[in-house]
Design a protein around this ligand. Structure first.
Ligand code: ATP
Length: 741
């Protein structure tokens, strides 16, 4: 088998990471791999070249696609495709990995369908087709719109979403200063994903998407909402409109129209920002790099593992696992939503987008309300707190959870600084107006703190719970919070006031909690690591240098492994693997060989607790001494940079989903308190779904000694990370003399 890889259609951030993974995985399996430039246009023109390991070095952090991409009218004709087949025959390429949107995947499928016909025609022309077999195709979903069936996320969508919410954050500050109203137009001709999720995560006042049927008076409602929002003293008003949003008669809503309408009706200074290609550009996020890497590797494995089967599939990530769906199904189902939107069959379009999409639409509507739908009753309050260490996204969570509870007429109180507020009675009410603006704020407004709890503290907590008539608790935090609440539940016999429903939500940058694949804050931390490593790579120029970047994570290697994978680091030291002296000897040898082979820089990521004895500084000194002057070593400890900053889109969206879920669960518990007074549940994100696990069961999943879950899904990616990160494979250094004196 020989594989050709190409990027086609509109570019999307993460395409380079996908090509890198495909190339390196193919080479690791001794398969020849060719890069096809400029999509189908290059295939027709024969712009095909073999790719080696180093051709894809240093590209993981780059936006766009180094192979180039294009739209090709010629390829839409049988003659064009005949030329393409001739070139594939010339290079004997019988497997194609095509990274692109539904158009590109359609093109690839047509090629597979017509393959035999073209081959026969070419043979009839007297051209020798060699030993080429049937064409196999694996598509990868490369599209910022996130409009493809067969994957939960497409490559590039997360980066685009982050661009939008960052723009919204920036605009909110200028909007607040000048009391301006903003209209932001996002991409998405048929798919409202970007507009909807950014509206949610960015705190929009109104969102317009293609999948929603608007009634004829929609603009009156929008104007009324903006007017009310201003009168209520909200600092800014932002309307997010997807480029494909439509009037009830099916005509496109132009963003200019909205701007003029608001200005005319309310006499306001309204500014329009059309984000356009900014959404496509720039360095991909950690999520997109990891998604692209996983799918690229899976595509090659799929080709290798199915030697005698016809392959015409797309690799997507479903429930956090690479999954293959026939291209036919991907194309038909993706088009079905587009057609439903075109034909004004909005209900069906929403149904096809799935439950999560519909819920997000409902949530946006609820959050854009100016006041809660119900007035609070006097039946007691739900207490919320955030703790141990803070993590980005906690504020988003409190903002959404709080508003969802208030909207159902449930009073909400907060305890300042986690258990400390509960012990000292520092408990205060949260109001709708106060928490509206917390959606994008870093850290935790209600305070977070790690404290060691004694049993006497619980007696004080009990008094305060009674004093403030607390009828339920939502605890947002990391392992210390989980342990504190585990003890709380164990003391229910002793303290009757503890017999109230308890819901725990995972929020920790370390991602070391049971019952979930991701905790709120871990994506922001991961992106902070990746951005830092990108910068480090820019500094070292031509010098031969090894960087050891120490990251957080406590005794879980999530940040180190995923940070290493996403930044293209050559190695990750993980607490799960530990570090031995033998490892260090081998690493020095590998470093010396790499630099002798011409490598200019190597980055190692080290988890803060990877070894109790071999600290970051110790490893630096070993490398310096044993490197015999062949390279320099620098260390960087990223520290609290990983905790700070505004939460990423992923963390905000996950926080919103946890918040709304917890509020509705709490409502259910409170409506039948006799049955639910002893409930203690942990929420988690598994695949696309929010799942509930009883606290006791969740804590049984913990390896208590090592303070991490016994099973950590991301460890399955160790092999992939190792295979793709080899610094200089296939290189024979000039000298080979390592001495550990
Ligand atoms: P984006 O999501 O950015 O639109 P895309 O992959 O959908 O990406 P398209 O422009 O729709 O982008 O398609 C890319 C290329 O795929 C086209 O220029 C064309 O060469 C090929 N293609 C699309 N549809 C077909 C088809 N029905 N038959 C053959 N080739 C096609």
């Amino acid at each position: 088998m020989k594989i050709g890889v190409m990027t086609s259609g509109g570019d999307s951030p993460g395409m380079n990471a996908a090509v890198r993974a495909v190339v390196r995985e193919a080479l690791n399996n001794n398969i020849e791999i060719f890069g096809i430039e400029n999509g189908f246009e290059g295939l027709i023109a024969g712009r095909i070249r073999p790719l080696g390991w180093h051709d894809v070095g240093g590209i993981i952090n780059r936006g766009g696609t180094f192979l180039g991409t294009a739209r090709s009218e010629k390829f839409k004709t049988p003659e064009g495709r005949r030329e393409a087949v001739k070139n594939l025959v010339r290079f004997q390429i019988d497997a194609l990995v095509v990274i692109g949107g539904d158009g590109s995947l359609t093109g690839a499928r047509v090629l597979v369908e017509e393959w035999n016909e073209h081959i026969q025609a070419i043979q009839a022309e007297g051209i020798d087709t060699g030993t080429i077999g049937t064409l196999k195709v694996v598509g990868l979903p490369g599209s910022i719109d996130n409009d493809l069936y067969g994957t939960d996320m497409s490559i590039g969508a997360d980066t685009a979403l982050n661009h939008i919410i960052r723009a919204m954050d920036d605009i909110s500050s200028t909007a607040a200063s000048h009391q301006r109203t903003f209209v932001i137009e996002t991409m998405g001709r048929h798919c409202g994903y970007l507009a909807l999720m950014s509206g949610l995560a960015g705190g929009a006042s109104w969102v317009l998407i293609p999948e929603e049927e608007l009634d004829v008076r929609w603009h009156h409602k929008m104007i009324e909402a903006i007017d009310k929002s201003r009168k209520a003293g909200r600092p800014h008003q932002i309307v997010v409109v997807a480029e494909g949003a439509k009037h009830p008669d099916g005509l496109r809503i132009r963003s200019e129209e909205i701007k003029d309408l608001i200005a005319r009706k309310l006499g306001l200074d309204v500014r329009l920002t059309v984000l356009g290609h900014i959404q496509r550009g720039g360095s991909p996020t950690a999520f997109d790099r990891i998604l692209a890497t996983r799918l690229g590797v899976a595509a090659v494995e799929f080709l290798i593992n199915n030697p005698n089967k016809p392959i015409c599939h797309m690799a997507g990530l479903i429930k956090n696992k690479p999954t293959f769906t026939p291209l036919d199904e991907v194309i038909t189902k993706s088009r079905e939503v587009e057609d439903a939107v075109e034909q004004g069959n909005y209900r069906y379009a929403q149904e096809l987008r799935g439950e999560g999409f519909r819920k997000a639409m409902e949530l946006v509507k609820m959050l854009t309300q100016i006041t809660p739908a119900k007035t609070c009753t006097d039946e007691g309050s739900v207490l919320v707190f955030t703790g141990g260490a803070d993590s980005p996204g906690m504020n988003t969570l409190v903002s959404v959870l709080g508003r969802c509870l208030l909207n159902q007429g449930i009073r909400v109180m907060a305890a300042r600084n986690t258990f400390l507020g509960l012990i000292h009675g520092d408990i205060f009410p949260l109001s709708w107006d106060e928490i509206v603006g917390w959606i994008n704020k870093p850290s935790s407004e209600i305070g977070a703190m790690r404290i060691e709890l004694r049993d006497s503290d619980y007696a004080k907590m009990s008094e305060n719970l009674e004093r403030h008539k607390i009828i339920g608790i939502v605890a947002i935090g990391g392992l210390k919070t989980y342990l504190g609440m585990e003890r709380f539940v164990a003391l229910r016999e002793r303290f009757p006031s503890f017999n109230i429903p308890v819901i725990l939500i995972p929020a920790s940058i370390d991602n070391n909690l049971p019952g979930t694949e991701f905790s709120v804050g871990s994506d922001t931390a991961l992106n902070a690591i990746v951005e830092a490593v990108d910068k480090i790579r820019n500094t070292a120029g031509a010098s031969r240098r090894t960087f050891i970047v120490e990251v957080m994570g406590r005794k879980s290697g999530f940040l180190a492994l995923m940070g290493g994978m996403a930044s293209g680091a050559e190695k990750a030291y993980l607490p799960e693997r530990g570090i031995s002296i033998k490892d260090l000897v081998e690493d020095v040898q590998m470093l010396k060989e790499s630099f002798e082979c011409g490598k200019k820089m190597v980055v190692f990521i080290k988890n803060e607790a990877a070894s109790q004895y071999y600290t970051t500084d110790f490893i630096r000194r070993v490398f310096e001494e044993e490197g015999e002057g062949k390279f320099g070593v620098r260390t960087t400890i990223l520290g609290h940079i990983q905790r700070g900053g505004a939460p990423t889109a992923f963390d905000r969206v996950v926080a919103c989903r946890f918040g709304v879920y917890a509020a509705s669960l709490m409502k259910e518990f409170l409506s039948n308190i006799e049955i639910h007074s002893k409930k203690a549940l942990v929420l988690g994100l598994k695949g696309r779904s929010i799942v509930e696990t009883p606290l006791e069961e969740a804590m049984n999943e913990m390896d208590r000694e090592n303070e991490r879950p016994k099973y950590q899904w991301f460890l399955e990616l160790i092999d992939v990370a190792d295979r793709l990160a080899l610094p200089m494979p296939h290189c024979k250094p000039r000298s080979n003399s390592l001495s550990m004196r």
